[in-house]
Design a protein around this ligand. Structure first.
Ligand code: FAD
Length: 231
C-alpha cells in the first residue's frame, strides 16, 4: 500500500543515529515490529530503503523511525536532511517481525539500530499488560553510541517481566560500569528452555548469523527464531 507522511520531528539521538517522527494524512495501522519501504526522493532516480517502525501504534497516526546515518549512503543521508513538514512517500506496513502473545519467554537481540522494531514491540506488549517474560540484549560499541537507554531502563523498572541488558564492546571510559563485550558474550552464558522460548534477532547479517547459531546450538527450533536482516 502506497502511503505518504510528513515529518513532525527530526532529532539527533547520537553522533550517527537520528529519529524521525512521521505523521500520515489518513489512518495508518500497523503491528508493532513491522517496517516501511521509503522512497528516497533525493533528486537522483528514486530508490527504496526499508526502515523498521520504532514505536507502537498510536491514535494520532504518528510513528517513529530510528536510523543510522551511513557515510555516503543515499537513504540515510536524505532522510537525515529532512526538515519539519517535508513529505515522504512509502510502501507499507510490511513484515512479520511481530509478537504473538503466548506464555513463552521472549528474548530480543539487537545491535545498533536493529533495536528499532523491538522498541515498538516491547513498549506495546508491556503497556497492554502482556506478562510474558521478556529480555532485551542490546549491543553497541562505545558510550557515545548509546541511545534509547533511558526508555528501556524505565520500562525495566516499571515492569518486572522485562529485563534490559546493554553491553558495549569497546567502551572508551575504563570505568564504564555496565557489561563489556559483544552481545554474543552475554548470550553464550544464557540457559534457556527451548520449548518455552521465542527469539527475535535484528541487525546486520554477520551478527544475525552468529546469534542464530548460538540459539540453534542451545536447542531452539528455527521456527521459533524470528530474524530481520538490515543489509
Ligand atoms: C526490513 C529492513 C528494515 C530496516 N530498518 C532499518 C532501521 O530501522 N534503521 C536503520 O538504520 N536501517 C534500517 N535498515 C537498513 C536501511 O534499509 C538501509 O540499508 C540503510 O539506511 C543504509 O541505506 P543508505 O542508502 O543510507 O546506504 P547504502 O549505500 O545503501 O548502504 C551502505 C551500507 O550500509 C550498511 N548498513 C545498512 N543498514 C545499516 C545499519 N543499520 N547499521 C550499519 N550499517 C548498515 C549496508 O550493509 C551497506 O553496506 C533496514 C533494512 C531492512 C531490509
Amino acid at each position: 500500500m502506497i502511503n505518504s507522511a510528513k515529518v513532525v520531528q527530526n532529532i539527533t539521538l547520537t553522533h550517527d543515529v537520528f529519529e524521525l517522527t512521521l505523521e500520515t494524512k489518513s489512518d495508518f495501522s500497523f503491528t508493532a515490529g513491522q517496517f516501511i519501504n521509503v522512497k528516497i526522493n533525493d533528486g537522483a532516480p528514486p530508490c527504496f530503503r526499508g526502515y523498521s517502525i520504532a514505536s507502537k501504534p498510536e491514535d494520532n497516526n504518528q510513528f517513529r523511525l530510528c536510523i543510522k546515518k551511513i557515510d555516503g549512503g543515499r537513504g540515510s543521508t536524505w532522510l537525515q536532511s529532512l526538515k519539519n513538514d517535508a513529505e515522504i512517500t512509502f510502501l507499507g506496513p510490511i513484515g512479520k517481525l511481530t509478537l504473538n502473545p503466548s506464555n513463552k519467554k521472549v528474548i530480543f537481540v539487537a545491535t545498533g539500530t536493529g533495536v528499532a522494531p523491538f522498541a515498538g514491540i516491547i513498549e506495546e506488549a508491556l503497556l497492554k499488560g502482556n506478562n510474558q517474560e521478556m529480555a532485551l540484549y542490546f549491543g553497541l560499541r562505545h558510550e557515545k553510541d548509546i541511545f534509547y537507554r533511558a526508555k528501556f531502563e524505565e520500562l525495566a523498572q516499571k515492569y518486572r517481566n522485562f529485563k534490559f541488558n546493554l553491553t558495549l564492546s569497546r567502551p572508551e571510559n575504563p570505568d564504564f560500569k555496565g557489561h563489556i563485550g559483544r552481545v554474543t558474550s552475554m548470550l553464550d552464558e544464557l540457559t534457556i528452555d527451548p520449548e518455552n522460548t521465542e527469539i527475535f534477532i535484528c541487525g546486520l547479517k554477520d551478527m544475525l548469523q552468529e546469534v542464530n547459531s548460538i540459539f540453534l546450538g542451545k536447542g531452539m527450533k528455527p521456527e521459533n527464531i524470528h530474524l530481520e536482516q538490515y543489509d
